[in-house]
Unconditional design. Sequence first.
Length: 134
Amino acid sequence: VNEFSSLAMKIENSDVAQEVHGIAEVLERIFKNYAQDPKDLHLGVSRSFLETNLLRSMRIVETYVNLQNSPLDEAGQATMQEAEEAITQIKNGFEAVLTECIQDNVRQLNMDSHVLTKMLEVKFPQIVKEKEKK
């Protein structure tokens, strides 16, 4: 997270810098989620995020920063524009990872609440009767 923030400060194109800051913010939220709910580390999106996407994304941003002031031919300039688009897609992809983690937490809450409610209704049928009276 800190590395992305540090790299963002080195980017001269303000739009790209803003996207990289956005990546850092989303990463911070993702890692906070993992700390609060470690089982999310086992989601498919989390595994690919940690195994491949995070390192590759860092490499793209680092290379972009290193090349931004280099004299580039037309092909190099086109590649830099592709990298700028990729940086936006990286941010969007990480936001999707966070969304999937949150949705998993919502599904788990729903399931836990439903199971507990049913167990209490079986164990304490008077709760159902009191609930029906309200």
